[in-house]
Design a protein. Structure first.
Length: 650
């Protein structure tokens, strides 16, 4: 009875920690979708595609005690074609029956070269369309300034007022399409603003924060002050943010000479002591990420945190807005500065390039600071959450990319995305995997720009020499996970025969190809780890083991997304045809024939589909680059008999 109670207690603890991890991920995901309606009716506005934003100056006046903003936004842009109009994304209210909307966001004037321009602010399309008196020629740089004021649309949660300890606070949170709710902008992931200056005017008792480095503060002599920040790295509109309250500033120093930079933390004064202790971990996390990847991408300016009212966080460039200061949240938002801010997903269908990587890097903090066992527990929690449902792909369809809840799915975009990143690391090995990511981050066509999934795939394939098409199809574009059945038999002295079968949770994948880890156990506590390249159902492997196997453990270190796996000890039943493997298959240039050490390969004949001999050889590696694309057969003469296997040349 005591054993049962103890087991129940330990199981409850395990569930508690698993649920704690899932809850934190859910909170992060929730904060990052706060600025969206449940169904998104906006992606990239095609009406903004005819110009490239070069620079924007945001002059904003706010009071955290009053739900109101006024501003002047000056935009420098290059015409990509001859233009008679320019369109900005900017919301206004369609229903004015509620008195709350009496000060709705309205445009007062638009100026160019000192002259007023005509404009139309369309509430239905949420567009500000400005008309030029003469055509702007393609390739020319032009400047327009928009003055506006009013109460932003509060339903989108992009512009929020609240209080902490009785003090007002204002913050913005624009991912994915909330920026248009509080300033005229271009909400296109593929057109980052090259640089910005932000001037925030607010009552003098408050401290303002935004992206970039603080350049100065001016006392306006009327009870307000204007704080100037400058950010000289490309930034998408959704990562521009402001916050204003009675912050206390706490500074840290990070980086390694000559790339040292400040970490500037904006904290509620009532929390400053406890938060300082929590923020100490930022430095070792920063050091880890710089060691694994590269110098902090915005080291010429700052990193920092600004406390705000949501339960999770948001990775605004150079200043993450934080609802709390757990180590996991600090690690997740900091990771985004590389994966999401320096290289931004090019479409919302590719959101896993942001969220999957940030979630995985936070797990790597556990690996490096807490050790391998804690890392295994973290991966186990992720796997349990991922496999709590049988379907779901990491990569989004066009229709799914219209749903904010699906874009920011904690189970798929965050946790399954993270485990897919880990499986790539497992498949490629640490040296190749991390070099590929360094190359990805440093790629001049991607750095401080945007990337799609194929860009990452290119760098992983280029570094490894592998064709990862099958992997990406199985684990990213299609759905579900495998369940493995492992049968181990002592085939001879110091030799085991392992038979592997799998089933799939979703019909979109017919078979998951992966290297699978199995731990073989002996009667006196011996263990022997093997990795099996599982490429077909019923596949058999002969492995040399320095003891008689009494049991086996599947994936003890949790490298794979899988569920309902079983291992049994069986009686030897060898099928040589299943032991022989052709790798890779399909292939482009070379085909390797993998056979047990106890088998001798005597001759290999390549046959076409008509049974005609195309090629003959005597080695276990064939050059098939000269063959036409199609299906072929190998006739393999071995010391154990003659066997046929099919391969595809592509």
């Amino acid at each position: 009875m005591k054993k049962i109670l103890l087991f129940g207690f330990l199981f409850a603890i395990q569930l508690f920690y698993a649920q704690t991890f899932v809850n934190e991920t859910n909170e992060i995901a929730e904060s990052e979708l706060k600025s969206s309606s449940q169904v998104i009716n906006f992606q990239a506005n095609p009406n903004t595609a005819n110009y490239d934003v070069v620079y924007q100056k945001l002059e904003l006046s706010v009071n955290p005690a009053v739900y109101f903003i006024s501003g002047n936004i000056t935009t420098h842009f290059v015409a990509l074609e001859n233009m008679n109009t320019i369109t900005f994304d900017l919301s206004t209210i369609t229903d004015t029956s509620d008195s709350y909307y009496s000060n709705r966001l309205t445009v007062g004037s638009v100026m160019r070269n000192g002259q007023s321009l005509s404009f139309n602010h369309n509430a239905l399309t949420k567009e500000l369309v400005i008309t030029f008196p003469t055509t702007l020629n393609a390739g020319t740089t032009n400047i327009v300034s928009v003055s506006y004021a009013g109460a932003p649309n509060f339903e989108e949660d992009a512009f929020t007022l609240d209080t902490h300890n009785g003090t007002p606070i204002l913050w913005t949170l624009s991912e994915p399409f909330g920026a248009r709710e509080w300033w005229p902008c271009k909400q296109d992931l593929n057109d980052k603003i090259d640089s910005i200056d932000v001037f925030i005017t607010a009552p003098s008792q408050y401290t303002s924060v935004t992206n970039g480095i603080q350049m100065g503060i001016v006392d306006n002599g009327n009870g307000t002050k204007t704080t100037h920040f400058q950010h000289n790295y490309p930034i998408p509109a959704y990562l521009v943010a402001i916050a204003v309250t009675n912050y206390t500033i706490f500074n840290q120093q990070a980086g390694t000479a000559p790339n040292q930079f400040p970490i500037v933390n904006y904290i509620y004064p009532e929390n400053i002591i406890s938060v300082q202790n929590s923020l100490a971990v930022t430095l070792p996390i920063m050091n880890l990420y710089e060691e694994l990847f590269e110098t902090y991408p915005f080291s010429n300016e700052k990193y920092g945190h600004a406390q705000f009212g949501w339960g999770g966080g948001m990775e605004h460039t150079t200043v993450s807005f934080m609802g709390g200061f757990s180590r996991g949240l600090i690690a997740h938002e900091l990771a985004h500065q590389w994966f999401g801010n320096k290289v931004t997903c090019g479409t919302w269908k590719d959101i896993w390039l942001n969220e999957g990587f940030a979630t995985y890097l936070a797990a790597m903090v556990i690996e490096n600071l807490d050790g391998s066992e804690a890392f295994i527990d973290e991966k186990s929690d992720m796997i349990n959450f991922i496999t709590s449902q049988s379907g779901g792909a990491v990569y989004l369809s066009d229709s799914q990319a219209l749903s904010a809840n699906r874009i920011f799915s904690s189970r798929l975009s965050y946790n399954k995305g993270a485990m897919v990143v880990h499986m790539l690391r497992w498949k490629l090995g640490d040296a190749v995997f991390f070099q590929a990511l360094k190359n990805y981050l440093a790629d001049p066509s991607l750095a401080y720009g945007h990337a799609v999934t194929d860009d990452l795939k290119y760098h992983l394939e280029n570094a490894s020499g592998l064709d990862l098409t099958e992997f990406f199809n199985d684990w990213l574009y299609n759905q579900g996970y495998p369940s493995y059945t492992i049968t181990v038999a002592n085939n001879a002295i110091n030799q085991a025969l392992i038979t592997v079968n799998q089933s799939q949770s979703n019909s979109s994948v017919s078979f998951f190809e992966m290297p699978i880890p199995v731990r073989l156990n002996g009667a006196t506590g011996q263990t022997f780890d093997v990795v099996l390249e599982h490429t077909s159902n019923g596949q058999q492997f002969i492995v040399n083991v320095p003891f008689a196997v009494t049991s086996a453990t599947f994936d003890p270190e949790k490298h794979l997304i899988s569920k309902n796996n079983s291992t049994t000890l069986g009686i030897p039943s060898l099928d040589w045809a299943n032991v022989i493997q052709l790798i890779p298959n399909p292939t482009t240039n070379y085909l390797s024939i993998e056979i047990p050490e106890t088998m001798l390969l005597e001759k290999v004949v390549v046959l076409n589909q008509l049974g005609q001999t195309i090629q003959t050889g005597f080695e276990n590696k064939l050059n098939v680059s000269s063959l036409s694309n199609g299906v072929y057969y190998l006739n393999m003469h071995t010391s154990a008999g003659t066997f046929y296997k099919k391969f595809i040349k592509n």
